[in-house]
Design a protein around this ligand. Structure first.
Ligand SMILES: N[C@@H](CCC(=O)N[C@@H](CS)C(=O)NCC(=O)O)C(=O)O
Length: 328
């Protein structure tokens, strides 16, 4: 695990000393947008027109942020439009690398053996962390975007000409409420588990823990009334929550010490997780082997021996019974 400083790789763990033991996630650096006609998006520059075969996605199957992009690519049937490489589950001294573990896919586009080579191709003087997901433009030979929340919006809207799936996961009338839910879920839950897990002071951990379980209680109450977060319509807010929930009982409860309750213990979040998991195509994007191996083997400061727990036994295919819930 490390980062690039002016184009040079440094093998370093996260610095929490300067932030009182708190893990502070840095903003993503590449913020251009693919649009139907190549016009600039909400940030960055233009010139990235939606085309079949032009863009390539670098992901880890372990990473909850990258997982969002794989789900939207699947649901919008963009597999033949946007190609994918999958890094090795374990992140070591070279950061993310391409390997030959089952479930990985080599870099057929740039022939890289380490993900940081892709960042250096886009910017030889890049400084910052080398994260997945990365959306790469084969035509211009550069990174379009490395922020998952933006990549899923591109997959949702920019490639309409190349798919027959019209489902809209960020519909105009619901945008304000989706943004509000996302904001709460991002800080307290998606990033909240990392803040608990990477904390290096008791106080920072306690605070992240309390915020996390406060938010999960709130979400459980909300999901007693409606099938999905925004009523009876599946939106990006659900998929953003899903990728954290599906990792929770297997990894965050133990490895990140988020152990007040398991998702399976919640009367509504448990069945809701199974409901989303059973949406056609989604189970195929979940690789528990990569998920467990990544966290337990990569974070040597937390788990020095790298032992990967055999459990828990999860049955995400069990009936969820949420079909009868309406819009709330
Ligand atoms: N805000 C980014 C976060 C992505 C991110 O942090 N990915 C993690 C994997 S779960 C990563 O690649 N970390 C490598 C590192 O921090 O060195 C996004 O949502 O795309």
């Amino acid at each position: 695990m490390g980062l690039l400083v002016d184009g040079v790789w440094h093998d370093e763990w996260y610095d929490t000393k300067s932030t009182g033991g708190r893990f502070v996630r840095k903003d993503s650096a590449f913020r251009n947008w693919v649009t139907p006609d190549g016009a600039p998006g909400p940030s960055g520059e233009g010139g990235f027109r939606a085309e079949a075969g032009r863009y390539h996605l670098y992901v880890s199957l372990a990473c909850p942020w990258a997982h969002r992009t794989l789900i939207l690519r699947k649901l919008k049937k963009l597999e033949d439009v946007i190609s994918v490489s999958v890094v090795d589950p374990c992140m070591g001294s070279q950061g993310w690398v391409f390997g030959d573990s089952p479930g990985t896919v080599p870099d057929t586009v740039n022939g890289a053996s380490r993900l940081y080579e892709i960042y250096l191709k886009a910017d030889p003087h890049y400084s910052g962390r080398v994260t997945v997901p990365v959306l790469w433009d084969k035509q211009r030979g550069t990174i379009v975007n490395n922020e998952s929340s933006e990549i899923i919006r591109m997959f949702n809207a920019a490639f309409a000409a190349f798919t027959d799936v019209a489902d809209d996961y960020y519909p105009e009338p619901l945008r304000k409420e989706i943004d509000r839910v996302n904001e709460r879920v991002y800080h307290a839950v998606n990033n909240g588990v990392y803040k608990a897990g990477f904390a290096t002071t008791q106080e920072a951990y306690d605070q992240a823990f309390d915020t996390l379980f406060g938010a999960l209680d709130e979400l459980d109450t909300r999901l007693a009334r409606s099938r999905y977060l925004l009523g009876d319509r599946l939106t990006e807010a659900d998929w953003r929550l899903f990728t954290t929930l599906v990792r929770f009982d297997a990894v965050y409860v133990g490895h990140f010490k988020c152990n007040l309750r398991r998702i399976a213990d919640y009367p509504n979040l448990g069945p809701y997780l199974r409901d989303l998991y059973q949406v056609p195509g989604v189970a195929g994007t979940v690789n528990m082997e990569h998920i467990k191996r990544h966290y337990y083997e990569s974070h040597k400061t937390i788990n020095p021996a790298g032992i990967v727990p055999r459990g828990p036994a999860l049955d995400l295919d069990a009936p969820h019974g949420r079909e009868q819930l309406g819009a709330g």
